[in-house]
Design a protein around this ligand. Structure first.
Ligand code: IVH
Length: 675
């Protein structure tokens, strides 16, 4: 029986992982390190192992990556593009090896592994029909990817025609990547052109592949290594190694020289160590070793579990670390006034990327590290974006290091700062602080909020500096002439921006709510609120008690919402937005004061009229809450056919059990009505 805590944590993890998937796969802007992501994923798998009933097709454990974007036509992967399970250390690899030997080697065959470098790039599929490149696609969610054929055709490494004899049909799988030296040159060129630089070679490769204009892709130094096949008709191979040889013979680029076969687990660990030692000498970034069972028949016998094959595993390298010196500290002011210390580092190259800044998060962290200006430190970049200061080398201190004091005033507007005893960051309390204003506006226009494309920090700063905007509502009053006054802004671009701003007026309510930046109201809370309230006005009238009555809303969030709508400045802003024509789309599906208000339902067994999901939606629409497990707090259990342990528990706890007919009466269900 799932306990409430595990269930809630599972939902949180699914949402969190899906968000990071979006950031990583679709937006090429990851926020957390691979290691942090892996740890969230492991936690999810742990909960699902204990409570398999929590596994739904939507769980990230059942999907790879993120759904394909609408920018490119969808391409179905007839054989899904799977992901790999990770082994964090030798012990976990031994477990993998033992389970294969124990469970599947009954037929006493020789077990051989192929060890390949794990390239840190972007997975793609190339479909060749009759030897001709027919289509290329990204992995997407593993089942449906994006059609990037035109972009792929610009990559020199990829042949448009295979060398005969070739199979009638073959889906080639491989990794698109950028060499480290090319990456540095690309970033220099981006900088010179005033364009955004990429955080790492993987992001640069992903961003380059997903260009609308193939001419841009053509200018990017993309390379490929092919490592596998999906469908193959007209030819067969008996092993992974033979497959690699076949791919090479067909004219595809394969990292064959770096591929080794071995039979024992110890041997594999040795190869892993050798690859790790060679990592720094390679022209491209690798983040581990992929170990695959060589024999295809055995691969087929082993099969897959959820989204990964049982016949392969990735042995990841630990994050790379380098030493450098903290030369200074700057203070960043966020949209809520939070002041974050950022370390300025003596530039150091960590896995091909020059690192010169690292967030220190807060003063508790500074204290924990015992960090001072002038300190020698160890920085870590786990193959990804934001580096971390992980350790201070106190033995290298000279005595000239300086402490990092808590600021007394805002670095941007000099307003005295305050620090709540229950918070780790000090805050600037001036709502007109220019740093906060710009951050608030950036947040408002961001993709998850009002999603106004083409309006970034540069444009916002210019508009603020020439007094065209003072708050987000002013955006809706901008004219084409106002836009044209900006640098590098032609007529066409200005028109596009005006249209993008106008289009955002009717974004769903949850996006506006999130964009307003109410403290503690993140994406999920905004969605929950938008399902409950038809408009901002309705939400504004709500009391703390009414908000707390919503299951997912706690005390802190409720107070923050009520404070926001009581703030005269915010009331004015909302009025201004309304006047400017901002009319968010209603999302409310929950009947306020509906027949099930305040009631918790658990649905179990198979229903004849509805799917479980539909029944849960009906509960919510009627104002109730659908929960996954039965407890003393459950008001009703709706039991369908073959209801099992949940029904038993309900009976034991004396919870009222209803059938579908009674349920329909309770929710006042009218076919084509409420439902
Ligand atoms: S095999 C079912 N081999 O790692 C096997 N993947 O987390 C799946 N990758 O999506 C892939 N180098 O993007 C394989 N030599 C290699 C690889 C490799 C890099 C990437 C690939 C895949 C991800 C798995």
């Amino acid at each position: 029986m799932v306990d409430l805590f595990s269930q809630q944590r599972h939902t949180e993890l699914c949402q969190e992982i899906n968000r990071h998937n979006r950031l990583y796969y679709s937006q090429d802007q990851p926020e957390i390190s691979d290691a942090e992501y892996d740890s969230l994923f492991r936690e999810l798998l742990g909960i699902e192992a204990e409570y398999p009933e929590l596994i739904t097709p939507e769980s990230p454990s059942q999907r790879v990556g993120t759904p394909a974007s609408k920018k490119f036509a969808p391409v179905e992967h007839i054989i899904p593009m799977l992901s790999l399970k990770n082994a964090k250390n030798a012990e976990e690899f031994h477990d993998f090896d033992t389970s294969i030997r124990k469970n599947f080697l009954a037929r006493n065959a020789d077990l051989e592994y192929v060890c390949e470098m794990k390239l840190d790039g972007v997975a793609i599929e190339l479909t060749y029909e009759d030897g001709k490149l027919f289509r290329a696609s990204t992995r997407g969610d593993g089942f449906v990817g994006e059609d990037i054929t035109e972009n792929i055709k610009t990559i020199d490494d990829i042949p448009h025609t295979l060398t005969a004899p070739y199979p009638e049909l073959i889906d080639v799988r491989g990794e698109i990547y950028i060499n480290l030296a090319d990456f540095q040159a690309l970033n220099r060129a981006q900088e010179d052109a005033g364009d955004k630089t990429f955080a790492n070679p993987r992001n640069a490769a992903a961003g380059s592949l997903r260009q609308i204009d193939a001419k841009v892709t053509a200018q990017r130094p993309l390379r490929i290594f092919c490592y596998g096949v999906g469908r193959m008709q007209g030819l067969e191979t008996a092993s992974q190694f033979e497959t690699l040889q076949l791919l090479a013979r067909l004219g595809l680029r394969v990292n064959l020289r770096e591929t080794t076969c071995s039979s024992g687990a110890e041997e594999v660990i040795n190869i892993f160590c050798q690859f790790q030692d060679r990592r720094d000498t390679l022209p491209f970034e690798i983040d581990g070793v992929v170990v695959k069972v060589n024999e295809i028949t055995l691969q087929e016998e082993l099969g897959m579990v959820s989204r990964s094959p049982r016949w392969a595993i990735a042995l990841k390298f630990p994050p790379r670390q380098e030493q450098t010196i903290v030369e200074g500290i700057s203070l960043q002011v966020g949209r809520t006034g939070a002041i974050t210390p950022v370390a300025h580092l003596k530039p150091v190259t960590v896995s091909g990327v020059t690192v010169s800044r690292a967030s220190l998060h807060n003063w508790d962290e500074i204290e924990r590290l015992d960090l001072r200006i002038g300190d020698h430190v160890v920085v870590e970049r786990a193959g990804d974006v934001i580096p971390d200061v992980v350790k201070v080398l106190t033995e290298k201190r000279t005595g000239n290091e300086r402490l990092i004091p808590l600021p007394t005033e805002c670095p941007e507007c000099s307003t005295p700062v305050h620090k709540n005893p229950d918070e780790v960051v000090p805050r600037c309390s001036n709502p007109h602080c220019p740093a906060q204003t710009i951050e608030r506006m950036k947040h408002f226009v961001s993709r998850d909020a009002m999603d106004i494309e083409g309006l970034g920090e540069k444009q916002l700063v210019q508009l603020i500096n020439c007094s065209k905007i003072t708050d987000v509502a002013d955006l809706y009053l901008l004219s084409k002439e106002d836009m044209c006054a900006m640098e590098r802004m032609g007529d066409a671009l200005a028109e596009k921006l005006i249209l993008a701003i106008a289009a955002s007026k009717n974004q769903p309510l949850s996006k506006l709510l999130f964009g307003l930046g109410v403290r503690h109201v993140g994406r999920n809370t905004a969605k929950i609120l938008a399902r409950r309230f038809a408009s901002l006005d309705e939400l504004a009238k709500c009391t703390t008690d009414q908000l707390i009555a919503i299951h997912e809303i706690g005390d802190k969030v409720a107070r923050s919402i009520v404070d926001y709508f009581a703030n005269p400045g915010k009331i004015l802003l909302l009025e201004k937005l309304h006047q400017a024509g901002v009319q968010p789309q209603e999302e409310a599906v929950v009947q306020q004061g509906g027949p099930l208000t305040g009631k918790t339902f658990v649905i179990t067994g198979s229903l004849s009229k509805w799917s479980r999901k539909e029944a849960e939606e009906l509960v919510e629409k009627a104002g109730g809450r659908a929960a996954g497990s039965v407890s003393k707090k459950t008001d009703y259990v709706l039991a369908g056919e073959n209801a099992g342990s949940k029904l038993a528990k309900a009976e034991k706890l004396g919870v009222e059990v209803v059938d579908e007919e009674t349920f329909a009466q309770l929710i006042e269900f009218k076919p084509n009505g409420l439902g």
